[in-house]
Design a binder for this molecule. Structure first.
Ligand SMILES: [Zn+2]
Ligand SMILES: [Zn+2]
Length: 325
């Protein structure tokens, strides 16, 4: 993405910056004021003087960082002003508390989507369509080959994968924040009735979600080695960082799977080293990104976080939308 000096929001040192308000959006290093779209660590830098986010994001960040960080919180849609610029957070449907951020200055509107998805997810607020003049959208999965299946179908496939191997322990790797809770919510609606365990990093977030009023089924924290024989036919949710190395030696007779949008690509699935891949993502697919661009009514679009070549070409040729690159 390339922007100009006079733009309300522009790229500076690899992060999005609003100069008239002197605020950074998801900065990659310590700055004075950081607006945080959501609590995933690739959108958070330690050491900022002050952070602005939604209430849920602040609670999740404090749970993960365990640090007395200075966060000012806002409700979705609640407008605040910095140097005359009106700023507000709006649901992005990515994970609990995730938001798009809108800036209005002299009647000119800018919207940063943050990470977003349109698919239904009962563990967070649904994506809100926000009209804008300038749209800065993520495009992690911005290629026509990305087209997500219904989430409930994936959940049924996961349930079948477990029950078809009753003698095995099924290890499902997924991101601890957001993906794990969404999977638990979806799996609880299938006919899988076996035991579900989760790693302490996932349990911690489950409890946070529950405290924030999201219904998540109870799982047992997976702790020690002596349970090995009781785990037959069970599902265990683990963070991807544990998929390599000695941790797997704690289990006997396992099958492994990874839940990620990248698993929709056969070559990546094969190379991943997991026995199985379940393509489920908390980001928008190709159609989702296009839908958001159209519904936002933006006349100027910037993409970041991904390969935007195909999207840019499509929008310029078919939709006459100005894509700045
Ligand atoms: Zn994210
Ligand atoms: Zn991200």
């Amino acid at each position: 993405m390339r922007t100009k000096e006079e733009d309300l929001i522009r790229y500076k040192d690899g992060s999005l910056y609003c100069e008239p308000a002197d605020v950074w959006i998801d900065p990659n290093r310590p700055v004075k004021t950081a607006l945080i779209t959501h609590a995933h660590f690739d959108h958070f830098a330690f050491g900022c003087n002050e952070y602005f986010s939604t209430k849920e994001t602040a609670i999740l960040l404090r749970e993960r960082v365990r640090d007395n960080i200075n966060i000012k919180t806002f409700d979705y849609g609640e407008e605040f002003k910095i140097n005359g610029i009106r700023i507000s957070f709006h649901p992005s449907g990515h994970i609990l508390g995730s938001s798009q951020i809108r800036f209005i200055f002299a009647e000119e509107k800018w919207l940063i989507t943050g990470d977003f998805k349109l698919q239904k997810d009962e563990t967070c607020k649904e994506y809100e369509v926000v009209k804008t003049d300038y749209l800065i959208s993520e495009c992690t999965f911005g290629l026509p080959i990305f087209k997500w299946d219904e989430t409930n179908k994936i959940a049924v496939n996961i349930a079948k994968w477990i029950t078809n191997s009753p003698d095995k322990t099924s290890l499902l790797f997924c991101y601890s924040l957001g993906k794990a809770q969404r999977l638990l919510n979806e799996i609880s609606k299938t006919n899988f009735k076996g035991n579900i365990y989760s790693h302490s990093s996932i349990e911690k977030i489950n409890n946070c979600y529950k405290k924030l009023g999201i219904s998540i089924i109870n799982t047992t924290k997976i702790e020690n080695k002596n349970k090995i024989d009781e785990l037959k036919g069970s599902l265990i949710l683990l963070p991807p960082s544990l998929s390599k190395g000695s941790y797997l030696k704690n289990f006997k007779n396992i099958q492994t799977a990874f839940a990620s949008g990248w698993m929709s690509i056969r070559a990546l699935r094969k190379r991943s080293g997991y026995d199985k891949g379940f393509p489920i993502s908390d980001h928008a697919d190709w159609d989702g990104i296009l839908e958001v661009v159209k519904k936002s009514e933006a006349k100027n679009v910037f993409f970041h976080h991904g390969d935007s070549e195909a999207l840019s070409q499509f929008l310029v040729e078919k939709e006459s939308i100005n894509v700045l690159r």
